[in-house]
Write a protein that binds this ligand. Structure first.
Ligand code: ADP
Ligand code: MG
Length: 393
């Protein structure tokens, strides 16, 4: 499972060589501006590690979901300036893949080039070997630092890794694998997992795979409502996955006391009528009302369990945290996690929206994963193709 890392390469393997580096620049955009540059910042250590050792750096990334061809809305040109600012160096932008090899050969030692969105080439998502060959022709060896894309077998994450050697894990990818891997393989106990968010379907496998390993799973978010329904309680107009109720029933049986549901909820007639919100016990949700957060009693209950833990993995917000006052439960959980960390626990935050909920406070946790879907699949125990394709240590 352990993969060869960038730090394992001798200086001669780097100096003057062209590194094809798969990064995750799939950043949120607003009117053509990068709304949050966390993912770009997260790639800087690997880029600078290479540059400082005389390598020439060729960056590959996807951005958004262009529909099978070039689309200015998803052009990586939009991350060029923010990237140059973070690196304090110019970055050569390449749109023509055929001309790429001659451009990258002209790069100076420590120079950086960025290829246009890999998904502008239709073979990317098909893991097309011919496209991978074109990516491979851009450099001499391969570094994958895109944890957020490692669960997809795409030409720039999987096929290319077989064509360029060495093929190693970048610094960020190694950190992700270390924290997520160690939390699962050898957790200090009590090991508590906090799961929330909107979709149980994506997370039900995680519950199943975590149950035998954890001491407790605390359930919040809309996901809790599916479990309320499984108990036979009224759930009003809450977001419930009807087709997962049977599954939830099964989990309540296998999970037993390990599965901790919210004691109560913050309900409102609708998101727009937040002013009318009130707290009710979980089995007394009024018909016509919906659950938008965990209640204060649950905050306290979850808090006590979290601060007593030695290992905590959190994925998914406790409520509609984008819309106060329904952010209170998520904030309380984030604070409890930070306090657990202060007491020496290993605290890992995964998931796109959970990471967004703690943005700017990353230093209060052991690790905030940059990969939403990838961290979930990793927790499920699945093999990530982008990781599997790299050389073993
Ligand atoms: P993550 O990206 O962290 O894995 P998800 O994508 O599964 O999390 O879910 C995040 C979304 O869940 C947020 O947009 C949040 O508003 C929503 N959510 C949380 N609780 C509820 C709820 N009770 N009702 C409706 N939506 C909810
Ligand atoms: Mg999400």
């Amino acid at each position: 499972m352990s993969k060869r890392g960038l730090r394992d390469l001798p200086p001669a393997a780097l100096d003057g060589k062209r590194a094809v580096v798969r990064v995750d620049f799939n950043v949120p955009l607003k009117n053509g501006d990068v709304a949050d540059d966390a993912r770009i910042r997260a790639s800087v250590p690997t880029i600078n590690y290479l540059r400082e050792r005389g390598a020439r750096v060729v960056l590959l990334s996807h951005l958004g979901r262009p529909a099978g061809g070039p689309d200015p809305k998803y052009s990586l040109r939009q991350v060029l300036r923010p990237l140059e600012r973070l690196l304090g160096a110019p970055v050569e932008f390449m749109t023509d893949l055929a001309a790429g090899p001659s451009i990258t050969r002209r790069l100076p030692r420590g120079g950086v080039a960025l290829l246009e969105n890999t998904r502008f080439w239709p073979g990317e998502e098909r893991n097309d070997p011919a496209l991978a060959q074109s990516f491979a022709a851009l450099g001499d060896f391969y570094v994958n630092d895109a944890f957020g894309s490692a669960h997809r077998a795409h030409a720039s994450t999987e096929a290319v890794a077989h064509l360029l050697r060495p093929a190693v894990a970048g610094l960020l990818l190694q950190t992700e694998l270390r924290y997520l891997g160690e939390a699962l393989a050898n957790p200090e106990r009590p090991f508590v997992s906090v799961l929330g968010g909107a979709k149980i379907s994506g997370k039900i496998d995680v519950i199943q795979s975590l149950l035998p390993r954890v001491d407790e799973i605390l359930i919040g978010g809309a996901m809790a409502c599916t479990f309320f329904a499984a108990r036979g309680w009224e759930v009003g107009t809450s977001l419930v996955e009807r087709d997962r109720i049977e599954m939830a029933k099964g989990l309540l049986v296998t999970g037993g006391k390990k599965l901790v549901l919210p004691r109560g909820a913050v309900v409102a007639p609708s998101l727009d009528r937040a002013a009318e919100c009130r707290e009710v016990p979980s089995d007394q949700i009024p018909a016509g009302w919906a659950v938008f957060d965990i209640d204060g009693a649950t905050q306290q209950d979850f808090r006590a369990r979290i601060v007593a833990a030695r290992t905590v993995v959190w994925n998914g917000p406790m409520g509609v945290f984008e819309k106060p006052p329904f952010d209170a439960g998520t904030r309380a959980v984030a604070e409890a996690l930070a306090d657990a960390k202060k007491k020496g626990a290993v605290v890992v935050v995964g998931g796109g929206d959970s990471a967004a909920a703690v943005a700017g406070h990353e230093d209060q946790f052991s690790h905030v994963s940059t990969g939403g879907g990838a961290s979930l699949e990793f927790l499920e125990g699945k093999t990530l193709p982008g990781v599997a394709a790299l050389e073993d240590a």
